[in-house]
Design a binder for this molecule. Structure first.
Ligand code: NAP
Length: 278
């Protein structure tokens, strides 16, 4: 029988631990403030931003919301980021992605002060992860490490295969697994004989961005499978990069969609905010 890794429960545990920490920090006179910037009114982004505000309120972090119109120029956005960089009251800055097409996302990310870059996307933080020094780490991969650890899944010495090499998920995921002493293989769209490689995985991470891409033919019997994907199927129901029904019986542990990796991303954003003060 396989274990369903409960991201909702684990993320709640983390948020409760953080709530306690924030209460203790407040008793020492320290407060935490996250600035969240959204440009335009993309419905999915509005849901994410709303959830982030809710999580802040639950934990006791102050959130400042900047809802800017779609036609905001890059210079205007950069000016706001620079102002928040210089505001000592603000500990973390988050710019909700994707941004409208006329704005260069990378220019915005690189303008956020590395000390306030709670998404962990700034080159300085990515570099820190690479060389193993302190810095903010991208929230989704950070959450996956917590899911594995808190579910009792050993990473050290295990063959971890990551499908996907994006800057937000695949690459930081691979570096974190390496930091945990996993033996890591990264696969991408040019990988040859993909299934031969994924079938060697003790831990398989699917961050492909394609609904139900991974079926049972990709998975070694007894592997742990983590599904990062989020999609809506033809019936408007959420599904992942993994075909859960087909894959689950062959695993020792697997994350569902929804309720697996998704809830962890916000919990780890809160973790990064609290660490920025600690
Ligand atoms: P992405 O930027 O589109 O990257 C997808 C990766 O998959 C790329 O590296 C691509 O390879 C690789 N790929 C595509 N087709 C492939 C194939 N046929 N065989 C092997 N590799 C293939 O996506 P992402 O931002 O990393 O996100 C991945 C998924 O996670 C998406 O569904 C996204 O919505 C979801 N996501 C969820 C959360 C969460 O909180 N749960 C957070 C972030 C993302 P190339 O590099 O060669 O193109």
């Amino acid at each position: 029988m396989y274990q369903i890794i409960d991201g909702k429960k684990i993320s709640q545990e983390i948020k409760d631990e953080l709530k306690e920490k924030v209460t203790a920090l407040k008793a020492e006179g320290k407060s935490i403030c996250l600035a969240v910037i959204q440009v335009g009114s993309d419905p999915a982004s509005s849901v994410y931003v709303g959830n982030k505000k809710k999580a802040c309120a639950y934990i006791g972090i102050e959130s400042l919301a900047y809802e800017l119109p779609e036609e905001t120029t890059q210079e205007e956005l950069l000016a706001l980021v620079r102002k928040l960089n210089g505001d000592s009251k603000v500990n973390g800055i988050l710019v909700q992605l994707p941004l409208p097409k006329h704005i260069d996302e990378n220019a915005v990310i690189q303008t956020i002060s590395p000390e306030k870059d709670v998404d962990g996307f700034n080159e300085k933080n990515v570099g820190a992860l690479c060389v193993g020094s302190k810095g903010f780490v991208s929230c989704t991969p950070l959450g996956i490490i917590q899911l594995l650890k808190r579910s009792g899944i050993e990473i050290s010495g295990k063959h971890c295969v990551v499908i996907g090499r994006s800057n937000i998920v695949g690459k930081p995921m691979s570096l974190l697994l390496l930091r945990e002493n996993g033996t890591v293989t990264i696969c991408h769209s040019r990988t040859q004989n993909l299934k031969e490689i994924t079938k060697q995985a003790d831990i398989l991470i699917a961050a492909v961005g394609k609904p139900k891409f991974v079926d049972e033919t990709f998975v070694k019997e007894g592997a742990a499978v983590i599904d990062v994907g989020i999609h809506r199927n033809e019936n408007n129901k959420l599904c992942g990069d993994v075909d859960f029904e087909k894959v689950a019986p062959h695993t020792s542990a697997i994350t569902p969609v929804p309720g697996g990796v998704g809830p962890m991303t916000i919990a780890m954003l809160m973790y990064n905010c609290v660490s920025s003060v600690e």
